[in-house]
Design a protein around this ligand. Structure first.
Ligand code: AMP
Length: 200
């Protein structure tokens, strides 16, 4: 299979070239179609399988049209490192789409993150705790989120983020797309999917 079979918009195709990818990995092959269609999806995939581009590319395409300058896609990640990696892929693809991304994680100052959000972004890649802090400070508006991605959901569970994740999901519009990527499927993740996803 090739990336051509997804009929990506030329600007997304340029992003794929910029990333240097020649053909999709198995998770990309399987996930990109449903994500492009706006469906909820659960992906069993570990780091190293190409799962980041499996959601970044189709979501960038979905956000090409529509309003700019507000948070339309939210990616929840367990660690600052993973958030940064995802942000880097979004930034490469964003050169062509002009979709902007901000990272939000703890252990660093609030001001730069607040300023970035204030300047307007369409993607936010966040660790759950700091995101809730920013929502409480009125610096992050989640009321326009169209898509949420739970990346490495089982790791977020292990790190104790489940209550925060549930709180965040309750803040989002009900009418939205939900994607969940996990390497394992413990009962708490199954329950989360049952409570917050639509026939994934
Ligand atoms: P990930 O699982 O998203 O962390 O990706 C793991 C590594 O695979 C990263 O270095 C990506 O740049 C690379 N990668 C992702 N998709 C592809 C692809 N279709 N072709 C070649 N490399 C890829």
């Amino acid at each position: 299979m090739s990336f051509d079979s997804f009929s990506f918009h030329p600007r997304i195709a340029d992003g794929i070239k910029r990333l240097g990818y020649e053909k999709p990995t198995p998770i990309q092959e399987q996930a990109m179609g449903p994500v492009l269609e706006g469906r909820d999806l659960m992906g069993l995939a570990e780091t190293g399988t190409g799962k980041t581009a499996a959601f970044v590319l189709p979501l960038s395409q979905r956000l090409l049209d529509g309003p700019r300058g507000r948070i339309r896609a939210l990616v929840l990640a367990p660690t600052r490192e993973l958030a940064q990696q995802t942000h880097e892929v979004l930034t490469i693809v964003g050169k062509d789409t002009k979709l902007r991304s901000a990272t939000v994680y703890g252990g660093v100052g609030y001001e730069p993150q607040i300023n970035k959000l204030r300047n307007g972004v369409e993607f936010v890649v966040a660790c759950p705790g700091r995101l809730l802090d920013l929502v409480e400070r009125g610096a992050a508006d989640l009321s326009h989120v169209e898509v949420v991605v739970l990346d490495e959901a089982d790791r977020m569970l292990d790190m104790g983020f489940l209550p925060d994740i549930r709180r965040i999901l309750k803040l989002l519009p009900r009418e939205r797309q939900t994607l969940l990527f996990t390497a394992t499927m413990p009962p708490d993740i199954e329950r989360l999917a049952r409570d917050f996803m639509r026939s994934p």
